[in-house]
Design a protein around this ligand. Structure first.
Ligand code: UFG
Length: 331
């Protein structure tokens, strides 16, 4: 089985994917600077601490471990923060990403899986959003993802580096096998924020806007279970190892749920009322963001398993209830 490098493997989606890769029999080396990731999320793995800025270290590592494919999760991923600190996002996501790609070329690695995002589309012109939708990011975070996607496109042509870019919609939930889950600091994502309010860690949730042109006036998103995302990475890797050419795939369930529907799902799962209030819209938030994700099914054989919103929320609830401080004291 191939040896893999997983950058950002101590983060939310990276750690769930590392687990799926190990279970499938691959040898995984985690590369993380632990600026946002958690050591407890990667206990038992071979871990190398470092930054994507360290090209020489990365190239040496790729050679030393005889790495066949790189999965690149290491990036900052908060839309709001990217608007306030675009320099940080360009530096970390673009410079870091290109630096890693240079190391990959230098070491002769031929396969690359990239964490992209629905943020590359910006405000969608139609829904559901297919992969051919124009790339018009509405914030620096989305811009940085487009830069790396475009570089990967040209690197395939010039250097034969085959890649898969996976455009995630709204990742949610926690490992069905337990032990790891979502823990951002600061937390900005809807599902953990609602669960923290149920746990009494927050006074209430503010629903950003109730005047959107949607059925109940609140914004609609496509929530996809993090284990299903992890599975898609495994399938993408295997397609590349079998000779697949570079591709881009949306990863979502193809079903949209409003913020109020997510709140109702949490109430159903937890049996508790969610304290919430309506606030103004958050700048840059589209009304509706739902994936057309049939390409991944058709070409990779990807079929999300935990598709019902209540089941996604249930897995997140289990993690938050058992780990009310997230990964806790080690941070
Ligand atoms: N929301 C609230 N209140 C909150 C937090 C969120 O109402 O306190 C709403 C948002 O307005 C949005 C929905 O809940 O309608 C989901 O918000 P998240 O912040 O959880 O997720 P986003 O849809 O903003 O972001 C996700 C990914 C990003 C990605 C983006 C694509 O987390 O990485 O989709 O636009 F860039």
């Amino acid at each position: 089985m191939a040896n893999l490098l997983v950058t950002g493997g101590a983060g939310y989606i990276g750690s769930h994917t590392a687990r799926a890769l190990e279970r499938a029999g691959y040898s995984v080396v985690i590369f993380d600077n632990f600026s946002r990731g958690h050591r407890q999320a990667v206990e038992g793995y071979t871990v190398v601490e470092g930054n994507t800025a360290e090209r020489k270290k990365l190239a040496a590592l790729l050679r030393e471990f005889n790495i066949s494919a790189v999965m690149h999760f290491a990036a900052h991923s908060l839309v709001g923060e990217s608007v306030e600190k675009p320099d940080l996002y360009y530096h970390n996501n673009v410079l870091g990403g290109l630096n890693l790609l240079e190391a990959v070329l230098e070491a002769g690695v031929k396969h690359f899986v990239f964490s992209s995002s629905a943020a590359v589309y910006g405000e969608p012109e139609e829904t559901p959003v297919g992969e051919e939708h124009p790339l018009k990011p509405a914030n620096p975070y989305g811009e940085t993802k487009v830069v790396i996607e475009r570089a990967l496109h040209y690197f395939t042509q010039a250097f034969g580096l085959n890649s898969v870019s996976l455009r995630y919609f709204n990742a949610a939930g926690a490992a069905l096998s337990g032990g790891i889950g979502e823990d951002h600091d600061p937390e900005t994502h809807l599902v953990p924020l609602i669960l923290q309010s149920v746990l009494g860690q927050r006074e209430k949730v503010t629903v950003f806007g109730n005047d959107y042109p949607t059925a109940d006036g609140t914004a609609v998103r496509d929530y996809i279970h993090v284990d299903d995302l992890a599975e898609a990475h495994l399938l993408a890797l295997e397609a590349l190892l079998q000779g697949r050419q570079s591709q881009v795939y949306n990863l979502g369930n193809g079903e949209g749920y409003s913020v109020l529907e997510v709140i109702k799902a949490v109430e159903k799962v937890t049996g508790k009322a969610v304290p919430y209030e309506f606030g103004s819209r958050r700048t840059g938030d589209p009304a509706l963001l739902v994936a057309a994700a049939k390409k991944a099914e058709r070409e990779l054989g990807w079929r999300p398993k935990t598709t019902a919103l209540v089941d996604i929320v249930e897995s997140a609830w289990r993690w938050h209830r058992e780990n009310p401080q997230g990964f806790g004291a080690e941070k």
